[in-house]
Write a protein that binds this ligand. Structure first.
Ligand code: AMP
Ligand code: MG
Length: 404
């Protein structure tokens, strides 16, 4: 079966669903999507306080203060942050106050220290202030009962800080999937082992685990399985018990010694597809016990690209994200490109941004095994089937990482 990229994507995305939410401590919630609406149980700031180091005053007392006509007030109290003022400020008085300290009753504003001069128990004020100037009011940021973060919001550092500010300790989040990863192929040798004739290093597994890590997902390393069916089956079943999803690489292309295919077929409803794209044509996808299995092609660039285009959005859906795919940008290409095939070509490019516009340079030979041109790249340009693009023309591009 040959599918378009869009069809393959639709099938994968409609088959996977969001994982059960779980309670997490906020320190363990970074990168997760919030699975509940979060309402403030407290207000921020909790009390009226100073936003400056300076002097709390009655603004009407210093109304006429100017650089050449200072107003002198008596300093009756010093209020460090964290302390409660003891006195009620009267006209003619000032209280020395630190940033974040509670404003004394009677005061309605703060003159910043730079606009004053202290002389023993007095302060000269050289600048007038308006009522409420340099004062933070209770609840001016967030009021009790406010919806601070809606369900579906990504938890970044600022959300963690906000939750801490509101004394939220535990929240309901969609967890990121844990994914088991296995490499198949008798030709594969692991890091550090002897590279005997006919063998190559297993790069896919490390690449895929790094892609998972980049998304914040945990991976379970199932190692290399040769092309022995029994071995592959046992390892996959074991992986499925522990993981929310499973990724294999290799062994799904047409007409090959297809042990992965037969093992996957036995495990559940797995479809083997050819997707009209290059790299990444042969793929497998299906669900076993409701858990998605992604069979990536063996060629290193294909494996990384298929992960980026199909697996990443699917895992994001499982993790509760609403934006699943990388954004598409327009870029000009530095050279003529011809795609004479019936497959969409995802070409590796190095994209630069100059004066708000993107410029893409093809990074070298585009064979599915040539990992080096992906090392030099930060994006993929999309060359549709049977399309000729001239240097300087605009094409669609997506970054292989966060956008520039
Ligand atoms: P396959 O999809 O198994 O036919 O593999 C296609 C190509 O990718 C072959 O050249 C394999 O040797 C290579 N390949 C398969 N698995 C890996 C892997 N884990 N790391 C690097 N190359 C691989
Ligand atoms: Mg193979």
């Amino acid at each position: 079966m040959i599918l378009t990229v869009q069809q393959a994507e639709d099938r994968i995305l409609s088959a996977v669903s969001v994982l059960e939410p779980e309670n997490r401590h906020i320190s363990d919630s970074l990168g997760c999507v919030l699975a509940q609406d979060l309402y403030a149980q407290e207000c921020l700031p909790p009390f009226r306080n100073s936003s400056m180091d300076g002097f709390a005053v009655m603004s009407k007392d210093v109304q006429l203060a100017r650089i050449d006509q200072p107003v002198q007030l008596s300093v009756n109290e010093i209020i460090p942050a964290g302390n409660v003022p003891k006195l009620i400020l009267q006209s003619g008085q000032a209280a020395k106050i630190m940033t974040g300290a509670m404003l004394p009753d009677g005061a309605d504003s703060v003159v910043m220290v730079e606009d004053t001069e202290s002389i023993s128990e007095y302060v000269k004020v050289f600048q007038s202030v308006n009522s409420l100037e340099n004062v933070r009011l209770p609840g001016e940021s967030v009021k009790t009962g406010d919806l601070v973060m809606p369900k579906g919001k990504l938890i970044r550092a600022q959300e963690v800080a906000m939750m801490a500010a509101l004394n939220v300790q535990e929240i309901l989040v969609f967890r990121l999937p844990t994914v088991a990863v296995i490499s198949t192929g008798d030709e594969l040798a692991d890091l550090g082992s002897n590279l005997s004739p006919g063998k190559i290093r297993d790069s896919n597994r490390y690449g895929i685990m790094a892609q998972l890590q980049e998304m914040g997902c945990q991976s379970i390393d199932l190692g290399i399985c040769g092309d022995k069916e029994k071995n592959i089956e046992e390892t996959l079943l074991d992986g499925l018990l522990k993981a929310d999803a499973l990724i294999t690489s290799g062994g799904v292309s047409v007409g090959e010694y297809d042990v992965v295919k037969s093992v996957l077929s036995r495990l559940g409803q797995i479809n083997f597809w050819r997707v009209a794209m290059k790299p990444g044509k042969p793929q497998a996808f299906g669900l076993v016990d409701g858990k998605p299995i992604f069979g990536l092609p063996g060629n290193p660039v294909s494996s990384l690209t298929v992960f980026e285009l199909f697996v990443r959005p699917a895992l994001r859906k499982m993790a509760g994200f609403s934006a699943l795919k990388r954004p598409i940008f327009q870029t000009t290409l530095n050279q003529d490109v011809v795609n004479n095939t019936d497959r969409v070509n995802y070409m590796r490019v190095l994209v630069e941004k100059r004066e708000g516009k993107y410029y893409a340079k093809v990074t070298g030979p585009q064979g599915s095994g040539i990992l080096y041109s992906l090392v030099l790249a930060n994006g993929l340009v999309v060359i549709p089937a049977y399309t000729r693009v001239k240097a300087g023309e605009s094409v669609e591009m997506q970054f292989f990482e966060d956008a520039l």
